[in-house]
Ligand binder design. Sequence first.
Ligand SMILES: [Zn+2]
Length: 460
Amino acid sequence: MMLHLLPLPDEIASAYKGRLLRHNGWSNPNEAMRSLLAWAGGGGANRWEVSTVELLARVAGMDTSKFVTEHTTVPLRRAVVAEPPWIPHGSSEQGSLLWTMALRGIRPGAYFCVKCVEEDFDHHGTPYWRREHQLPGVYCCSKHGLALSYVETADAFLSSPTAFIDNHQVVSEPWVADLQKNAQVQRFLAICADLLARTQPLDELDVSRAARARAMDLDLHSGHGIVRKRLLSDLVMQRFDKAWLASVVPGLIDKQAGEYWQTVDGAVIGKRAGVGSIVYALVFSALFESADDAINAMIATTSADKCVAPQRLEARQIDEGQLRTAYIAANGSHRGVAAQLRLRESIATKRLGDLGLPPLGNLHAVSLRNTLSAVLQHDMSLSRACRKHGLALDDVKAALRGALGPLDSVLGQITGTGPRPKAAPSAPRHRPVPPPRQTAPIANATREAVWSGHRAAVQA
Ligand SMILES: [Zn+2]
């Protein structure tokens, strides 16, 4: 018998999942999802046929699109997209996106407002994690004007915010007070809030053309040619707080003045350049004097008839992270990965093989892990370790051959007996920088009062 809960207003989906698990006493998220699948009437379905977010929507009694639009950050991540289909957020026709993006954090850390925690405790009977507080660039509660608290604990959303009473950080209050007075930052936040409320993405071609027209009006550099005018990236650098920028667009503050920086300057070339939605929100907040003007320019030329039938995903549209996530969700089944990502099975097998992720077949993950540990850490022979953990030697050998494929390929290149590498290694990714922390004693008496109350409630 499952204890049934409804999502709370603006509750982030992964936190709703955490509340469901806690209320039902489930400690293993995978087993919990199998229980939910059985409850939802999909007991006969393979686990990978229904994504976690679709399951949560069913438990919530909501249409998946509505659940995704109201409880995930997908509408902001997908606000501007470069490739069709421009179908509504959360459409079940985009299975791969629901698997890989819907529950992924949009920024590092888990944020909460202590005053909201107190009020939610009173109004809803439980504190919870709000989606609004998890958005890029948000460090202040819009309702209470308090600097947010945050933790960097993995899977923090599976616990209640009150689990972090004694071990959370507070964003620097003087810094947050400055951000509250910063018109650029406030404009960015208003644009993001508007995009988050939309049910369908915008076509990057239209958005970039609008940005280019405005950049030309402002006599900024646009397009690909030699840089003779002021760069948009320099304008953004000059107008925004550096620490805030480092947390929202990692790497930007490290560029030199006058240096073309594709991640931002690519927004005004008037083409589909694959610039992210957050960067577009930043760019439009720099180019326009009001959030209304900015958002009107963004949406002016995208028509609703961009909705086209979804197509089978091209293999090149799927990155390594998506493949790994799908592989884990499918318990090592290549067929399961293909089903999740809408790929042909042969393509899924090729891509997974390149990553050293073999089909696990009947190999139980725990047994395989214990077998490898016995061989590598305790010098046991492979055949003996297989016997000890109940696995077929040939199956394990096949899996190891697949896992070691990438290493074997590289060794072939080193020794000159294998093919040359197809592509250069990708450039290192920039990581968001956490916000400045509050170091002085907390000035706001409310904060300590709230936590004192909760400490007493939790200890009671
Ligand atoms: Zn609040």
